[in-house]
Design a protein around this ligand. Structure first.
Ligand code: F6R
Length: 258
């Protein structure tokens, strides 16, 4: 695991966009896994700026999002599909045929999950997966449990996650109770992973991700077993790490070029 601690959310966003940008420049037809939530918003803003200024070309990039709420049509304001179009896709020149999100409306859940896995496989797998992290250590919507789903599957959201996501809805009762998410195995198969964490509420999860025992009750700890993970955290999210660790991490880390 590589660990970069930056001063604040803005530096995190800039650094994450640079990281993703470098990957796109070195492989313009890459397969990029994306996340929703508050954390990547600044990163998407910088990616949009870089695309508009001609620094980045998304025309051959293929994307796969981690997850979607069950029961919301893509057109729903709070669907992850709407979120992605609002904050990224409609602002960059990307081929809509190369944009993928799991569908939150389907007749056959198993077939919908299998289809999403098949699409990822047909695209050649994910080159770089962007992740946020839940306060409880969830990645995608893989919630703490005594076992984790390996492949794309349907999950019941925990109360913690429902409360955390209620800020996007008028009432907590409107937050969907279920989601479709890539599994931990799907995420772990990505060639590279970039995890972003900002704010005090993520400090415990980041501490466990880096120093904790690998435990399905903190799903992000499985990332310790991936060979190419970079974490970018701001000071607040890194605040519970060992001081010695933070000191080492403060030395600027440059990801190796391919
Ligand atoms: C979203 C996702 C979630 C979020 C996590 C953190 O696609 O997969 O795991 O990354 O809930 O959300 P924020 O960034 O809103 O704190």
């Amino acid at each position: 695991m590589r660990f970069i601690v930056v001063e604040d959310y803005e530096s995190l966003s800039r650094k994450a966009a640079e990281f993703i940008g470098q990957e796109i420049i070195s492989n313009p037809s890459m397969v990029l896994g994306l996340a929703t939530g508050s954390t990547p918003l600044g990163t998407y803003r910088h990616l949009v700026e870089d695309a508009k200024s001609g620094k980045l070309d998304f025309s051959r990039v293929t994307t796969f999002n981690l997850d979607e709420y069950i029961g919301l049509p893509p057109s729903h304001e709070q669907s992850y599909s709407s979120f992605m179009w609002r904050h990224l896709f409609s602002e960059i020149s990307i081929d809509p045929a190369r944009v993928h999100l799991p569908l939150g409306l389907f007749e056959d859940a198993e077939a919908a999950c299998a289809q999403y896995e098949k699409l990822i496989e047909q695209a050649g797998g994910i080159d770089l997966q962007l992740l946020g992290i839940g306060n409880n250590g969830h990645i995608g919507f893989n919630e703490p449990d005594d076992k984790l789903g390996a492949r794309t599957h349907i999950v019941r959201l925990t109360e913690d996650t429902i409360q955390a996501n209620a800020r996007f809805f008028e009432k907590e009762s409107e937050v969907p109770r279920e989601a479709i998410t890539m599994g931990v195995g799907t995420i772990m198969q990505a060639k590279k992973i970039l995890l972003l964490a900002s704010g005090w509420s993520k400090a415990k999860a980041i501490q466990q991700t880096i120093h904790g025992e690998v435990d399905t009750e903190v799903p992000s700890t499985v990332l310790q077993m991936h060979r190419d993970v970079t974490i970018i955290a701001d000071f607040e999210a890194a605040s519970l790490l060992d001081l010695s660790e933070v000191y080492i991490c403060l030395k600027e880390y440059q990801p190796p070029r391919e």
